[in-house]
Design a protein around this ligand. Structure first.
Ligand code: PLP
Length: 361
């Protein structure tokens, strides 16, 4: 098989061990003679997978008991709409902290449902850093929405210490399970699975019960959080195969040593590539300010478009996949999610150094 270093931004690399295990059990799940995909979502075999995936998430992320864990569909994008539908109230407004294109999209959806406000935005610096956060009062905002990692621009909240509001909502699509964070600080956390958690198709929602109680009950059934909580995410047919793979990914993460070990590896991996940028004397330029750098998505440019094209072409030839920057930003982006091995990052650093040397720099 061809050696590929997969730096795609999402859908992203999955652990090889997980894919091997899925392959092994594909046709015959636990001696049942059929695939997990063919089992009823109400039968005991799938039921066990569903509950185990929840309990592993709870354990790995240290989710307190007063939180519900949901498996929904429609991607993180459906949450952009479901959040305001469920939580907006008359004569009140939510606030959105804009740190990139995905937070802009979340705010845009909220504005379709009612009045919603931008609290602060990093747009003027082309989202190269996480802006200063003002003090946030519950009198001002029903909830406050943030994006923890900005997949396109390559910035990430280093900590949530200066973020205080009784009802915080975080889109953690591109950094959940990559490092420890205080779950209890948030009323709701959501993440499309296709970066660190598994394949596309399932969206994880973690919601504090008191917040869930406040959700709008008058919505179409499928759009109401209450429906999914009451039915344990089995109101309609869930994406059973994606949830099964999520469970395998979580087992892999636990075997590896859990969140602390993942964080240690992610820091080491990202450092390799940031070092290649910082030690290049300006041949490569990082997009993100140093204190806002993402451990997941490392964005950089070369001196001109022609050189960037050449870099991407040669990288592709040498087995590096997914290094082109997002179409709205350009340049390059290396996404080093949990499943990207250390060797891939070492190989990329070496390639970056050699490419620079070849250009006579
Ligand atoms: N939020 C963030 C931070 C993302 O990176 C993405 C996708 O890349 C989304 C939301 C949209 O997710 P989905 O495609 O699952 O709707």
């Amino acid at each position: 098989m061809k050696q590929v270093y997969n730096f795609n931004a999402g859908p992203a690399a999955l652990p090889r061990e997980v894919l091997e295990k899925a392959k092994e059990e594909l046709l015959d799940f636990e001696d049942t003679g059929i695939s997990i995909m063919e089992h009823s979502h109400r039968g005991k075999h799938y039921e066990a997978v569903h509950e185990e995936a929840k309990s592993l998430l709870k354990e790995l992320l240290s989710i307190p008991n007063e939180y519900e864990i949901l498996f929904l569909q429609g991607g993180a994008s459906l949450q952009f709409a479901m959040i305001p539908m469920n939580f907006m109230k008359q004569n009140e407004k939510p606030g959105y902290i804009l740190t990139g294109a995905w937070s802009e999209k979340a705010l845009k959806e909220a504005k379709k449902i009612g009045e919603a406000e931008e609290i602060v935005s990093g747009k003027s610096s082309n989202y190269s850093s996480i802006p200063e956060i003002p003090s946030l009062s519950s009198d001002d905002y029903t909830y406050v929405h943030v994006t923890s990692n900005n997949t396109i621009f390559g910035t990430q909240w280093a900590s949530f210490d200066n973020l205080e509001h009784p009802f915080l909502i975080a889109d953690m699509s591109s950094d959940i399970l990559s490092k420890r964070f205080p779950v209890e600080k948030f009323g709701m956390i959501y993440a499309g699975a296709q970066k660190n958690l598994g394949p596309a198709g399932v969206t994880v929602v973690i919601m504090r019960k008191d917040v869930a109680d406040k959700a709008n009950k008058e919505l179409p059934t499928i759009l109401s959080y209450e429906t999914h909580i009451k039915n344990r995410s089995l109101y309609n047919t869930p994406p059973t195969f994606s949830i099964y793979l999520l469970k395998l990914v979580l087992e892999w993460a636990k075997d590896l040593g859990g969140l602390e070990e993942l964080e240690r590896r992610n820091k080491e991996k990202a450092k390799l590539i940031y070092d290649a940028i910082d030690e290049s004397g300006g041949f490569y330029t990082g997009h993100a300010e140093k204190d806002s750098r993402s451990l997941m998505n490392i964005t950089f440019t070369l001196q001109n478009e022609e050189l960037t094209k050449q870099f991407l072409k040669e990288a592709q030839e040498q087995g590096f996949s997914g290094l082109a920057g997002h179409r709205s930003v350009g340049g390059c982006r290396a996404s080093a999610y949990n499943a990207v091995p250390m060797e891939a990052c070492k190989a990329l650093k070496k390639f970056m150094n050699e490419f620079q040397e070849k250009q006579g720099n």
